[in-house]
Design a protein around this ligand. Sequence first.
Ligand code: NAP
Length: 425
Amino acid sequence: MLHHIAIVGSGPSGLFCADALLRQRPDLKIDVFDRLPTPYGLIRCGVAPDHQGTKAVTRQFDRLFGGGSLRFIGNVTVGTDLPLARVAEHYDAIVLALGAHADRPLGIPGENLPGRYGSMAFVGWYNGHPDFHALDPLLDRSGVAVIGMGNVAVDIVRVLGKTPAEMATSDICSHAAAKISGAPLTDLYMIGRRGPVEASFTSAELAELGRLDRVRPVVNRTDLPDAIPSGLDPADARVKEKNLQILHEFASRSDDKPVRLHFLFHTVPEAVLGNGRVEGLKLKGQDAPLTVGTVISAIGYRTATIGDLPPADERGVIANTDGLVAPGLYVVGWAKRGPSGTIPTNRTEAKSVADRILADFADDTAPAKSGNAALDAWLRQQGLVAIDWAGWKRIEAAEIAAARQGSPREKLILWEDLRRIGATP
Ligand code: NAP
């Protein structure tokens, strides 16, 4: 009998799955575990701090947690602190909603030089992820290269390019805002190994780069075809066509602004150069390297294997059939399909996995497992300090109280602060 469900990961895929389950079975008791003391995963630490509209989906999740059937158990890493095998003893079904939390390596010489960062670390730094608060990236030269032409690369160049006034209503961490506004930036480079049609950014995100106060997009007209090739999937074709239109408009601009954002297509990075730190980026087929002091790779994420959780493949995917990993064990989100799609993609997909769980258990007659009570006792025995919803609300209140004017919050960035405030009523 299906009664207690554990969801591992409180990002959008896990919480959309909880929502879909509870809409159909309000009697279920669902516990959502997270390694961080704070909920929302990618929405809090991945979505750009100036895209507050995208983050508003958390209000829907807040209502869910307020409903009495969903618990938050933060600061507990399933797989290591709490082995999956133990979770399986207490819950009838488990859903892995792990996201993708590791940077993919570039695999070129020099990538370990100070000044080269992966997007997970760099975005985590400005977004208040406690693992990355101390990154203190080198941003002391006029040139910064961002490798990749996806929406994460777009987020990064936009956050670097915006003025403090443009970031005023964001929740970028103050330490990052100060460092970025003090950086002597004049040239940002977005580097795509393929052409403008193959770039994976979407049109609204691309267009935003043309509306920044101090940034002028620089696109070489000769890099742009007049039309997209035939035979593309219609939905994809619409995005590519719009992208091309926007890029043509960028190429026609001749205004001058203090920061130039160069779109370099068909450009393959060969080596990060520098003596003790990043000083340049060697590009395939070009003699003169780009003069940059920082290189950020935004080339996609993968799902690292944690403790006794099932391993992920090269793309970060845990082997599954339509979300089923093994009897009673399911996967949703990026760990199910790889790091692609937008937040609403997870809503649809999580609903289909929720439907599958309910169908799989429709005829199940085994007695329901014990769920949270027995597990809570075990966590206490291990000395693990779980942070519950009330603990998160204390963290949130402290962040709102510390917000600078115009900003929704000043995130707590230290593990010890998050744990102390989260664990102390
Ligand atoms: P992505 O869309 O897969 O883009 C990765 C980029 O890195 C591609 O341009 C890819 O080029 C390039 N790349 C991969 N390996 C490379 C290598 N070894 N050397 C050079 N370039 C390399 O991934 P993402 O930007 O991390 O985004 C992840 C997902 O989150 C996407 O679905 C994205 O749309 C979504 N997202 C959405 C928003 C939004 O809606 N505002 C914001 C952020 C992220 P190739 O195409 O040649 O492989």
